[in-house]
Ligand binder design. Structure first.
Ligand code: UD1
Ligand code: CA
Length: 455
């Protein structure tokens, strides 16, 4: 059967106390809504409609990718009203799956089973049994155990508030019937809103079977309404992703202190120490070890490479058997061959570094092509920027750059050349020779050190 997904994302989220619309609040570094859209896509629906309103422009800009039908809900009159805005674009014979932009951890498999249970004369509703149901709508079942209606927390009486089974908000229903139920909704309730869950009563009245699918885990259906719940959901996702990696053989020193915010692929015997953050696409080869407090974004790390503590590495590829850090910074665009050492307080940007080369201390290597077996001494700076344009530096195989050297680009240091410490190199340094640029050292014999007058 054809499937249309409707994601509700128009609410302001007052309880967030934030200028950022609720569905753009970040979870694992991405907007809540992006997680929901990704999960919806896994079902390969015919269309995804996102109902937006509050912070409209910003919400659309945050998800620029094609394939979303944006539906505007100019005034937020409730979840039922929100779904109604999407209905004109949905054909009668479709199944409509309603998702909430603020319920981000729901699994595709759960949604697939909801869709499976919905049909021309059945509605499937995702419920959950929560240890603390406060705030959620409660599921009211009749004496035979069938779902009869949902009562919102604010509308519930004492007895109803004691019910632990809650409405997750997610449901799947036939479009033709849903259209009718939605247009008949009233707003005579505590919040004066058109409640989507009131469609359940209409369904029961129409003789449509209401199938309750009880979520297998409570975390999957957690709604995010405030910063506390946002942190809970972040922790649940952190735990889940760390668990996946540990099952795949990764050693994680403390799963509560590792953040996997992207797609991570690991080889065998990878170790992650505490406070490691992996963002974007990260690939770690066999035996890679990452020390404490490291951020890797879009990086590829070769086998047995060690990243020591406190490194920030972005959009870079490292070969095998490299040693990086502690305190190394790689800005985007680096390719390191095997056995490269990048030490403390070294910044590398948009550079290619050959096998076995080392820059171990306090250097800036930017827009540079470094050959193999090069030694870059402490305090070397590639002066790549003239205030208007960037220029490249070339350091050929086996060169030795003495400490404190300024390499003013564009400039080339030939193979096996040696640059004397403290030089400012502006012209090509020929291969195999010592080049230095240094004022002659002098000693002034009759110089007297100034002294303060006593008293
Ligand atoms: C809703 C359900 C409640 C359920 C809970 C689960 C209703 C009336 N209540 O309550 O039964 O237990 O979710 O998390 O449906 N939205 C719009 N337009 C609107 C109003 C809301 O797009 O006019 C969107 C919000 O952006 C949000 C979602 O719908 O993504 C849910 O709205 P929210 O106000 O958070 O509903 P809850 O009070 O959590
Ligand atoms: Ca909510």
């Amino acid at each position: 059967m054809s499937l249309s997904v409707v994601i509700l994302a128009a609410g302001q989220g007052k309880r967030m106390v934030s200028d950022l619309p609720k569905v753009l609040q970040p979870l694992a570094g991405r907007p809540l809504l992006a997680h929901v859209v990704d999960t919806a896509r896994q079902l390969r629906p015919d269309a995804i409609h996102v109902v937006h309103g509050h912070g409209g422009e910003r919400v659309r800009e945050a998800l620029p990718d094609a394939g979303i039908q944006w539906v505007l809900q100019a005034e937020q009159l409730g979840t039922g009203h929100a779904v109604r805005q999407a209905m004109p674009a949905i054909p009668d014979e479709h199944i409509v799956l309603v998702l909430y932009g603020d319920v981000p951890l729901v699994r595709a498999a759960t949604l697939a089973s909801l869709v499976d249970r919905a049909g021309a004369s059945s509605l499937a509703l995702l419920t959950a049994v929560l240890p603390d149901p406060a705030g959620y709508g409660r599921v009211i079942r009749d004496t035979t155990g069938r779902v009869a209606r949902i009562v919102e927390h604010k509308d519930a009486n004492h007895k109803e508030l004691a019910i632990a089974e809650v409405n997750t908000g997610l449901l799947a229903a036939p479009a033709s019937r849903l259209r009718r139920w939605l247009s008949a909704l009233g707003r005579d309730n505590a919040q004066g809103e058109y409640y989507l869950p009131d469609c359940i009563v209409a369904a029961v009245r129409d003789g449509v079977a209401v199938e309750a699918v009880v979520a297998s885990s409570a975390t999957e259906v957690l709604g995010v309404n405030d910063k506390l719940q946002l942190a809970e959901v972040e922790a649940a996702l952190r735990r889940e992703r760390a668990t996946e990696l540990m099952r795949a053989g990764v050693t994680i020193v403390d799963p509560a202190r590792v953040d996997i915010r992207g797609e991570v692929q690991c080889g065998r015997d990878v170790t992650l120490d505490i406070n490691v953050i992996l963002e974007g696409k990260v690939r770690l080869g066999d035996g890679v070890r990452i020390g404490p407090n490291c951020l890797l974004r879009d990086c590829e790390v070769g086998a047995r490479t060690v990243i020591n503590a406190n490194c920030v590495l972005e959009a870079s590829a490292m070969g095998a058997d490299c040693v990086i850090g502690p305190f190394a910074r790689m800005r985007p665009g680096n390719r390191l061959a095997d056995g490269v050492h990048i030490g403390n307080f070294v910044e590398v940007k948009n550079s290619v570094i050959g096998a076995g080369s080392k820059a171990n201390h306090l250097s800036y290597v930017g827009d540079t092509d470094v050959g193999a077996k090069v030694n870059v001494g402490a305090g070397t700076v590639t002066c790549n920027y003239d205030g208007a344009k960037k220029h490249r530096t070339t350091i050929e195989d086996g060169a030795f750059i003495g400490s404190g050297t300024m390499l003013v680009a564009p400039v080339t240091v030939g193979a096996d050349a040696v640059i004397g410490a403290g030089s400012t190199i502006t012209k090509p340094a020929p291969a195999g020779k010592l080049t230095l640029e240094r004022a002659r050292q002098q000693t002034v014999d009759n110089w007297k050190r100034p002294s303060k007058k006593p008293g």
